[in-house]
Design a protein around this ligand. Structure first.
Ligand code: HEM
Length: 436
């Protein structure tokens, strides 16, 4: 108790590190091992200090779900200030209350099952175009190529703009800089991450403004999806309107970085598990390429890749009120998705890539923790789009192509999103075409 008799929260174990900086630099160096090590030392709930704020890290399926379900009651979404600055004040993910609700409904209505059905063959054609090009080259930088594919897909089907290959290269580089600096100290000075991220965003906006200018289209003709992201699409808005450009940057970031990381995880796990690849091929053969009749083995492969290697490692919340003594009001809470999957107590082999576990799941139930798309009011609104395009990606990849990584057992980095640690070349061939 304090001297005035108030009960002081008994904070969970952990260290707050240095004043102001806390343990941010340690996280920058250790990346995902920062959380793994502390989890081992302190258990499922521990304190630290990151990006200028005291933080409690929470893992465990039940704990995390309880926090995510408490949106607007016990917690509210609260990204680190570097993300808030980089996405800007109008960002959909930063919006709150009724505005958040109405924008999210608009986004989910836009990305309806009908929208996904309508564009299915367009998605397949684009995937085929890219994969055929991969197979026509001696080898390709696989992670960059996957990002080019999903950047073009997001631009074409969600923003309604075409991106040329050359411009796509620059856009990918800039988004990489943006993503690499999304978690940084809130210091906008040369040499600091936030400065680099803002510089990348400025150039992205310039590129998108030029594409819009070239398109010559009226702003009002852009998909209403952008309104959900905060763009003002009335007739008087100009193509270089800041809100429109912010909306495009956020939407393209949401729809390409995570999906690309997921697609890379799929090809990575399939390469390491030839028996699974063989089973997917048999599954496609027995069900036909256009199978639309319910979940298949291929669906389990996609889900398992997203469980073992989730593109988003966790979620940020601020406590509106204390929960017990361990989660005090006003503290930041980071819910660990990846850690929860890695330490899933319901599984004997949580680190194993085993798609079969989803087929054994009782009807309508998850057999393993699956927090890849979050939960509660902030659950990912792009989930259905992501699952559809990742299934089509996997289907085309396995059915038409064979491939080989030119590095044996490539290392991954998992933070901020999983990708190969070093440039990873892969050689592709069309199963009906040339040999590798
Ligand atoms: C494999 C792909 C994807 C993964 C793993 C993923 C994951 C997530 C997660 C975990 C969250 C919740 C964050 C939180 O609770 O704070 C989230 C939120 C969000 N995602 Fe996704 N996402 C993916 C694809 C997409 C796509 C394709 C779009 C857009 C078309 C999208 C748009 C959003 C938006 C706008 C939010 C914020 C929602 C809100 O604040 O209510 N995501 N995503």
């Amino acid at each position: 108790r304090d001297t005035d008799g108030t009960v002081l929260p008994s904070l969970p174990p952990g260290s707050l590190g240095w004043p102001v900086i806390g343990e941010t630099f340690k996280l920058a160096v250790q990346k995902v091992n920062f959380f793994r090590e502390r989890r081992r030392l302190y258990g499922r709930i521990f304190k630290t200090h990151l990006f200028g704020n005291p933080v409690i890290r929470v893992t465990g399926n039940k704990n995390v779900r309880e926090i995510l379900q408490g949106e607007n009651k016990t917690v509210k979404s609260s990204y680190p200030s570097s993300i808030r600055t980089l996405l800007g004040p109008n960002a959909l993910s930063m919006s709150e209350g009724l505005l958040h609700k109405s924008r999210k409904v608009q986004l989910m209505q836009y990305l309806s099952p009908e929208f996904l059905r309508k564009h299915r063959s367009g998605f397949v054609d684009l995937i085929d175009d890219h994969m055929l090009r991969w197979s026509s080259e001696p080898s390709v930088d696989i992670y960059l190529e996957i990002r080019a594919l999903f950047t073009e897909m997001a631009a074409k089907f969600l923003v309604d703009i075409d991106i040329l290959l050359e411009t796509n290269r620059r856009i990918k580089e800039l988004y990489q800089q943006f993503t690499d600096n999304i978690f940084s100290l809130p210091v906008n000075l040369p040499g600091f991450g936030l400065y680099k991220g803002l510089r990348a965003k400025k150039e992205l906006k310039k590129i998108f403004a030029a594409i819009i200018e070239e398109k010559g289209g009226k702003v009002s003709e852009f998909p209403s999806l952008l309104q959900a992201y905060g763009a003002d699409l009335d007739d008087y808005a100009r193509p270089d309107d800041e809100r429109l450009l912010d909306a495009i940057v956020e939407l393209m970031w949401n729809a390409s970085e995570t999906v690309s990381s997921g697609a890379f995880a799929i090809i990575y796990h399939l390469t390491r598990n030839p028996a699974v690849l063989q089973k997917v091929r048999e599954d496609i053969e027995s069900q036909g390429i256009d199978n639309t009749s319910g979940p298949s083995y291929l669906d389990s492969v996609v889900k398992e890749a997203l469980r073992v290697t989730p593109p988003v490692g966790g979620a940020y919340r601020k406590m509106n009120k204390s929960i017990g003594y361990t989660l005090p009001k006003n503290w930041t809470v980071i819910c660990g998705f990846r850690d929860t999957h890695e330490n899933d107590v319901t599984l004997s082999d949580p680190l194993e890539f085993n798609p079969d576990r989803w087929l054994q799941a009782p009807e309508g139930k998850d057999r393993a923790a699956f927090l890849t798309f979050g939960g509660g009011l902030r659950i990912c609104p792009g989930k259905n789009y992501a699952m559809v395009v990742l299934r089509l990606f996997t289907r085309q990849l396995c059915n038409r192509f064979a491939w080989k990584f030119l590095t044996k057992d490539p290392e991954l980095v998992l933070f901020p999103a999983p990708k190969p640690k070093h440039t990873l070349h892969a050689c592709f061939f069309d199963k009906f075409g040339k040999a590798c």
